[in-house]
Design a binder for this molecule. Structure first.
Ligand code: ADP
Ligand code: ADP
Length: 232
């Protein structure tokens, strides 16, 4: 059976669409998995980090407001991010389900999302905690490279392109994120511990949380996630 149909089944009983929330520290592999699951199921991946970086690149008012906050590794204020997410989730392509990568990041955002999901009455939330050995995270982050054109994510240690620093798919020179510097990584990991980790209990208490081992290679992690999305 087609994967998209299979994935719909656990949610079909309640006729609800999947709202998949990817949780995990910086470098856990949320973006990598979100690309893979989005391709598999044909539902959009919504990365607040990507949307904010796009605003910075385009030098919009929002982009100018958040640029230095992002470079430092701190979190952007909730009202700005929540407004961005609400606008994006209201687009028609989210009606059949969506994947959120990097949102919610704290309890305030989680409560905001809950309220929004409740107001829509048609989404079934599922939060995945992608767990990774903390010793791996620094190499994942300092080694991360991204294609500025097609947004494919690479890693010079774990998942390198065939040609050094060149995208396999479209030949573009790869870029490194400004916040993948050691100082910003330290701040981002602290922000994760202080603000995002408490969300695990929040979703565990609601019964929406599933754990995923993020240590194996990306295809193995994707298979584990697909296994969780299949009907039991
Ligand atoms: P996040 O969105 O959680 O910050 P990314 O998906 O951007 O994480 O991955 C961080 C880095 O780790 C990237 O360089 C990516 O290629 C690499 N990576 C992601 N998943 C794995 C994995 N399962 N094994 C090894 N490296 C990985
Ligand atoms: P990571 O690799 O840490 O998972 P992201 O791409 O999700 O990175 O986020 C990069 C930066 O964008 C964060 O450090 C933060 O400044 C900002 N950001 C992204 N999502 C949020 C959010 N939900 N709330 C506040 N700030 C955010």
């Amino acid at each position: 059976m087609d994967a998209a149909l299979r994935h719909d089944q656990p949610h079909a009983a309640s006729r609800r669409a999947l709202a998949l929330l990817l949780l995990g520290p910086p470098g856990a592999g949320k973006g990598t998995q979100s690309h893979a699951i989005s391709r598999k199921f044909g539902i959009p991946e919504i990365s607040t980090g990507e949307m904010l970086r796009e605003a910075v690149r385009a030098k919009t008012e929002l982009g100018n407001q958040v640029k230095s906050i992002m470079e430092s590794g701190e979190l952007v204020p909730d009202p700005l991010v929540c407004a961005l997410v609400e606008q994006r989730l209201s687009q028609p392509d989210c009606a059949q389900g969506f994947i959120l990568d990097g949102f919610p990041r704290n309890l305030e955002q989680a409560r905001f999302l809950d309220q929004w999901l409740r107001s829509q009455c048609r989404f079934e939330p599922l939060a995945l905690n992608i767990q990774v050995d903390p010793n791996l995270l620094i190499k994942r982050l300092t080694g991360r490279r991204m294609c500025p054109r097609c947004r494919t994510i690479y890693n010079i240690y774990f998942n390198s392109p065939q040609k050094d620093e060149i995208c396999d798919k479209d030949g573009s020179p790869l870029a490194q994120r400004r916040d993948d510097s050691e100082a910003a990584i330290r701040t981002r990991l602290q922000e994760y511990e202080a603000q995002t980790k408490p969300l695990l209990d929040y979703y565990r208490d609601s019964g929406f949380l599933r754990e995923v081992d993020g240590d194996p290679d990306p295809p193995a992690v994707t298979s584990a996630i697909l296994g969780l999305l299949e009907p039991s």
